[in-house]
Design a protein around this ligand. Sequence first.
Ligand code: ADP
Length: 480
Amino acid sequence: MEVRNRLGELRDLFPSRRLVVVSNRLPYNPHRTPEGVRYVKGSGGLVTALDPILQLSNGLWIGWDGGTGTPMKGRRITVSEVDGEGSYQLRFVDLTEKEVSHYYYSFSNRTLWPLFHNFIGMSRFNTAHWKTFFKTNAYFAGTILEETNPSDVIWVQDYHLSLVPNFIRYQNPDLKPYFFLHTPFPPYDTFRLLPWCKPVLEGFLGSEKIGFHLKGYADNFLDCVEKISNLHVNREWGLIELTGRQVKVGVHPISIDYDTFHDIALTKRVVKRAQKHRGRIGDRIVILGVDRLDYTKGIKERLLAVERFLERHSKYRNRILFIQVAVPSRTRVDEYRAMKKEVDETIGRINGRFTGEGWAPIQYIYRSLSREELVSYYRLADIALITPGRDGMNLIAKEYVASQVDQNGVLILSEFAGAAEELTDALLVNPYDIETVSDIIYKAIRMPLEEKRARMESMQALVKERDIYYWVRNFFEEIS
Ligand code: ADP
């Protein structure tokens, strides 16, 4: 019921305009079946929030299908799922093997991703990759120009498509793209290391409005605009002055579909799953980490903190279970393969060291989980240990909060996750301070139930109010 009300509010967001979303990946993933390729909706927050709005506005989503092996060039398919309320179209952008390699795996994921997360030493600068990134962004823009008209609301997503807004604006000044960056934006001294920092910045500036999760990211961006592009910035109003127009910069922390997570956590199936795990674990304290397997997520340091905790508190050696769930990610990239090896070895070493009486302190799950499985782990966990070295937002933290229906869990959260600015009732830690993280695990274990409840209740109220639907409404406030 709650969700339907939220949809009702979104219906009025653009009464007579079509929403066109553009992202690197389409929201539906190809699955091969004996009858051919079938498209299955992804479960990310962005898809959850935008799918119904696109259906209500007969919208369009433009993106790459992740490589099905089936040529989809120029193809469109129609999706309609929300109780026949409407439908929208997917427009496929076909990428060649070279584009996938240079634009996606290399420039997007080995140059911009580490740079934007301030992992400067990991960032690779390669002119051939830049050139393909440039051309592929132009190709995305060309598809947008073919498909849209000035009455559409065009919303470009994320760093892969940084250059797209400017390409669109340059070729048709009547199109006014909006942009959202889902990663952090780094400080000037980091960003300026990028040999192509100026064209990337100018790519963003083709937008009508640019959204960031945090004020700090927006401030970094404005610093770069002033120092690299020599443009005038009105900080009070969040406006960048260009010749003949302005670009708005807004702060909009992304969120989750709180009610859906909360409701799933209350279902019998989730309760049963959690009970089944409990049967195996007994009354041991469950500590949970969930991440895409990415070097920004601080998994290695987290394991070292768990190891330090076990060293210092021998009486807990048989009393805790740390479950680390990791989704395979970017497995074609060397840094990710190296990291996987390191995580595997570290877990093996710690388990080898502390396994006793038939009990291993760490359980490692290396695969993608269904929403229901994931929520049953969130419900089960006495402590969520979410300690990225740097994270634009971190939705896992918000999902854990929404799924804690008994309000007896404790969230330990990195102060370098965007979510830390809102979830101030979490136990905030510096993930690189192994000693202190191990102290905080002890503090979480010892925390009185009343304190756990009070902290969880206040975080739940916040995430419920500022959910993913709030995020979309708020981003488009000025134009509705
Ligand atoms: P990022 O966008 O960097 O991956 P976030 O924390 O913002 O990090 O989002 C991660 C998303 O991936 C969450 O919505 C979460 O539910 C999902 N996810 C993470 N781990 C798993 C898993 N093992 N199985 C399924 N989904 C997962």
